[in-house]
Design a protein around this ligand. Structure first.
Ligand code: HSE
Length: 452
């Protein structure tokens, strides 16, 4: 059997170009693994390129490419949530399978897009949307299909991890490292998405749906980026045996404990984690996702989280899956109603759509985490006692305290690590600490997790 599988690539930026390069480099492997010639027949691009194989049709009308008879699988790598949505819906309507790297689009409109794909008997594959080259969607949907996920924690933005690593290890300024991440093709078109945690929140929404069988709820993800992290806090954390990483957490809570509510926490924020945790040693553009599930226990998946090669690898893994679905149709024997080959159909969000759960997503003040607090106090007797009394009155357990010598005349930085506490309790305690006459600045707080 060897009919050709025809691909269209919409968008020729970093990822689109990476996909073309991968196909050129690995053509023989692709054919030997699929039994088919995989050829790019059309590309959708606003401007004509001279460096593209002349056999490939270049068309600036993306809707026409998405519906072309000359195409079996549409690869959407233009990004954004407007034109990308229109072309994907058009491709689906025209019976095309779709591969996309577009986490923003899926996190915000995935419920609608996946339902439309189901109705039209096609797949929308999105391995490249989460954690770059790490096959985390396949792992979560297929390899862990028999497990109940308790929680997951991941470094899921390569740009952010690259920036934090370079700042910590080489003391480089934030803006320099961000520029380099842009040059290397790691950053989003709008890098605010990377540094403010929005990109990680998009990916977390997708992972959480697969993990817990809940609909996509990007709007309920609590989101903090890395722009507020100072070298001072990085160094204090290291002194106490912790490292600050930007992490996404999806956690199932059973509602046990004081003031704790039942539901799911979806949160993205800088986090102190133990220096000896594997995640603490995932550096540069690498991503990693740690999954705690029953009965398997903890497993960690790690690899390049951004860049042309890593993302193209994930895009083409999806293409190969679809080629295997499409591969059953052969010449005249093709059954046009059997495009989906349901025997191999993995539900888009891992659970069958009718079985999605309505478990609530917890609000920020209902979430439970440990904390790193940096308090600047006047160098007076009794200040530390006042602070610790407020914390103990609020039922907050202190795990460690570090008091540094006064660095400005009369001011003492006090660093406090706490055990997990419900955020609303911590908010009240911080308000009281900030109201003390001896406290000169806002309390700096960063969440802390032992990842146990
Ligand atoms: N800007 C993203 C990142 C690209 O840095 O992780 C991969 O999704």
């Amino acid at each position: 059997m060897s009919n050709s599988i025809k691909l269209a690539i919409l968008g020729l930026g970093t990822v689109g170009t990476g996909v073309i390069n991968l196909i050129n480099d690995n053509l023989a492997e692709l054919k030997r693994r699929s039994g088919h010639d995989i050829i790019i027949t059309e590309v959708g691009t606003r401007r004509q390129r001279d460096n593209i194989d002349p056999n490939i049709i270049q068309n600036s009308d993306l809707m026409a490419v998405a519906a072309s008879d000359n195409v079996d699988i549409v690869i959407e790598v233009i990004g954004g949530t407007t034109l990308a949505k229109d072309v994907i819906m058009h491709a689906i309507k025209n019976g095309k399978h779709v591969v996309t790297a577009n986490k923003a689009l899926l996190a915000e409109h995935g419920n609608e897009i996946f339902a439309f794909a189901e109705d039209n008997n096609v797949h929308v594959a999105y391995e490249a949307a989460v954690a770059g080259g790490i096959p985390i969607i396949k792992v979560m949907r297929e390899a862990l299909a028999a497990n109940k996920v308790n929680w997951l924690a991941g470094i899921i933005n390569g740009t952010g991890n690259f920036i934090m690593t370079e700042m910590r290890d080489k003391g480089r300024p934030f803006s320099d490292v961000l520029s380099e991440a842009q040059e290397l093709g790691y950053a989003e078109a709008d890098p605010t998405f990377d540094v403010e945690g929005i990109d990680a929140a998009h990916k977390l929404a997708l992972l959480a749906s697969i993990a817990f069988g809940i609909p996509l709820q990007f709007d309920k993800v609590y989101c903090e980026g890395i722009t507020g992290i100072t070298l001072q806090d990085v160094n204090y954390a290291e002194e106490l045996g912790y490292r600050i990483k930007h992490l996404g957490f999806a956690v199932r809570r059973d509602g046990q404990g004081d003031n704790a509510a039942a539901g799911i926490e979806l949160r993205v924020h800088p986090t102190l984690i133990p220096q000896n945790a594997l995640l603490a040693n995932v550096n540069g553009v690498k991503n990693a996702v740690l999954v705690n599930s029953h009965p398997l226990g903890q497993t960690l998946y790690c690899g390049d989280g951004a860049g042309a090669g890593a993302t193209a690898s994930a895009v083409m893994a999806d293409v190969m899956d679809l080629v295997r679905v499409l591969g059953n149709k052969d010449g005249d024997e093709q059954d046009s109603n059997n495009q989906n080959n349901h025997g191999h159909h993995v539900p888009h969000l891992a659970f069958i759509p009718e079985q999605l759960s309505d478990t609530p997503i917890l609000r920020a003040e209902q979430m439970t985490t440990g904390y790193y607090l940096r308090v600047h106090a006047s160098d007076n007797p009794g200040v530390l006692a006042d602070i610790t009394r407020i914390l103990s009155d609020a039922g907050i357990n202190i795990d460690a305290i570090l008091q540094k010598p006064a660095h400005k005349v009369g001011q003492v930085p006090v660093i406090i690590l706490t055990l997990p506490v419900v955020e609303s309790q911590m908010n009240l305690a911080i308000e009281k600490i900030e109201n003390l006459e001896t406290i000169t600045d806002k309390v700096v707080r960063i969440r802390l997790d032992e990842l146990a």
